[in-house]
Design a binder for this molecule. Structure first.
Ligand code: NCD
Length: 298
């Protein structure tokens, strides 16, 4: 079994991951949190794009379950000598790891790796494709806060066009019964999608999820100065006031303060941003457990 996209998961698997994640979340806050169920297994992290949260949380998740973690130092690897992704994947696979976690700038790269790896592969973000574990941790965070996902209205705002986070979240949250509204600057909406104005999307929403502008994936400069972007499309206190009473603020990180979100709101009492990070470890523990179950005979 691989974890490449939200569609690759059954409803049962999603329910299992979300339920297990809540248990790991509590467990991770205890000083004695030793669970060795992945003892003797090896997890390889191969991140061809930058990462803080996803990379470190996969490593912590694997280690909390007793696995060994090896991180491919991409910048110092044979990738820089011209080795293809497929050859790199075959090479890593020949070392008999038990899971490979792949982040790559090219959409579909984790599926290419999965075809030759010989072990379960997790997509940790592929280009403008998907980021399934981010969506799972966002759903688990909403579930923890509201006690449910079904019936919530979630506004996802910003660079929708280039966001793998938006793509995976729209699929998962809708599947779980939430209303998802996507909004952003017209030039950052997917082709063919109507550009909902950010103010309208936020109106009455239970959760407002802001996204970073993926400047590394933009062909042309946006043209707006950071302050202008915040004024026109970002999350300000005035805009948040349109949301439902008790609405929460989310962001997958990294945040660009004063661009897509007023820094004070990111730090404010409605912000779940650090809960999302904490849930990231818990969700990845649940994913690693599920993906290695058959190898362990569990
Ligand atoms: C996101 C990503 O890499 O897709 N970050 C993350 O994993 N939390 C979002 C982003 O880079 O803007």
């Amino acid at each position: 079994m691989h974890l490449l996209s939200i569609d690759s998961l059954s409803d049962d698997q999603i329910a299992t991951i979300l339920a297990e994640a809540q248990l790991w979340f509590d467990c991770n806050r205890q000083p004695s949190r030793n669970d060795r169920r992945l003892d003797g297994l090896t997890v390889v992290n191969a991140f061809f794009e930058n990462s803080t949260r996803t990379l470190v949380s996969f490593a912590i998740a694997a280690q909390r379950l007793g696995a060994q973690v090896v991180t491919l130092p991409v910048e110092a690897s044979s990738v820089k000598k011209g080795e293809t992704l497929e050859d790199t994947a075959r090479t890593l696979g020949a070392m008999q790891p038990d899971v490979m976690v792949i982040r790559h700038g090219s959409t579909g790269a984790p599926a290419e790796v999965a075809a030759v790896a010989g072990c379960p592969v997790i997509n940790a973000g592929d280009g403008t494709g998907e980021h399934p574990t981010q969506a799972l941790l966002d759903a688990a965070t909403l579930q923890r806060h509201f006690g449910r996902v079904a019936g919530l209205t979630v506004a996802i705002c910003g660079d929708i066009k280039h966001s793998r986070v938006a793509r995976s979240n729209a699929k998962l949250l809708r599947r779980l019964g939430a209303e998802v509204r996507l909004a952003g600057p017209p030039q950052l909406m997917p082709d063919g999608a109507s550009a909902l104005v950010v103010d309208e999307a936020i109106e009455g929403a239970d959760a407002v999820m802001m996204l970073r502008v993926q400047r590394e994936r933009l062909e042309d400069e946006l043209g707006d100065s950071p302050g202008e972007f915040l004024e026109l499309y970002g999350l300000t206190a005035e805009r948040l006031a349109r949301a439902a009473p008790g609405a929460v603020v989310m962001h997958p990180g990294p945040i660009n303060r004063g661009v897509e979100i007023d820094g004070a709101l990111a730090d404010g009492e409605r912000s779940l941003i650090l809960t999302q990070v904490e849930m990231g470890v818990a969700v990845r523990m649940a994913c690693l457990d599920l993906l290695t179950a058959s190898r362990r005979g569990a």
